[in-house]
Design a protein around this ligand. Structure first.
Ligand SMILES: [Mg+2]
Length: 263
């Protein structure tokens, strides 16, 4: 069985490790779970996450890291043949995923598809080029639409949803959305890893809803976005388990017993 595990707010907060998370991953694996890290961050590649996870004491194969860039490219494959021109209004994670799926990745001109993913050098010119291609009829894919994400020292940074909103407004069209909690990510994960699993994350609207879409039990950790208020009304979160952090959550999951993880 798969343990789908979000990264930010579960394993780390930005570049700060969350205590006990590497031990908790080891415990899940010993109990027989195949851990698959599933993140809506599309800006970098699975290989880069393998290196970052190793710095946090977690060994993983690139094949067990799923980003919304991979789900975004998967969504493009459902509409465009290999070799199609795909305009990447996005970072290296998206470019790498599109190249691996056999697309011709371009930065300007008309295209068969446009993929918008989070990147820091988004500017007026990139907005203009992406909106032109979408308005001219390109398949419009957003890796994810998270409005914001947590920065260092309690700051809030614009997420990919903010970039997508600009392209949607300028082009007059709405995107297909790839990442959690959308069906493209769910199909992608099931195609690759099978249909049985649990999902662990810190955000009810993405991780919790993604678990619901998959029909998987959801474990909510309070080490990221969700706060202690989740305890007061656990039914609204849809979570089977709620704990302060991954280490405590894994203890609860394993107490449910093998094969007894369902609600
Ligand atoms: Mg998170």
């Amino acid at each position: 069985m798969i343990a789908g595990c979000d990264l930010d707010g579960v394993i780390w907060r930005g570049d700060e490790p969350i205590a006990g998370s590497s031990d908790a991953i080891a415990t899940l694996r010993t109990a027989g779970f195949e851990v698959v890290f599933i993140t809506n961050n599309s800006s970098t590649t699975p290989a880069a996450y393998v290196e970052k996870l190793l710095r946090f004491g977690i060994e993983v194969e690139a094949a067990n890291v799923v980003t919304s860039a991979l789900a975004g490219s998967y969504l493009v494959t459902q509409h465009c043949a290999p070799g199609a021109r795909v305009l990447a209004c996005a970072g290296e994670g998206v470019r790498d995923a599109l190249r691996r799926d056999g697309f011709d990745v371009v930065d300007t001109g008309l295209a068969d598809a446009v993929v918008v993913g989070w990147h820091r050098d988004f500017d007026f010119e990139r907005l203009r080029v992406a909106a032109d291609a979408v308005r001219a009829g390109a398949v419009f894919v957003a890796t994810n639409t998270d409005a914001t994400y947590p920065g260092a020292n309690g700051t809030v940074l614009p997420g990919n949803g903010s970039l997508v909103a600009a392209v949607a407004t300028a082009s007059g069209r709405l995107p297909l959305i790839a990442g959690k909690p959308h069906a493209a990510m769910a199909s992608y994960v099931c195609d690759r890893f099978g249909v049985d699993g649990i999902m662990i994350g810190d955000r009810v609207s993405t991780d919790g809803e993604f678990a619901r879409v998959l029909g998987w039990p959801f474990g909510l950790v309070l080490s990221g976005i969700a706060g202690a208020e989740a305890y007061e009304d656990p039914t609204t979160s849809g979570a089977q388990w709620i704990a302060e952090d991954l280490q405590r959550l894994v203890v609860m999951v394993l107490k449910s017993g093998p094969g007894q993880t369902g609600p």
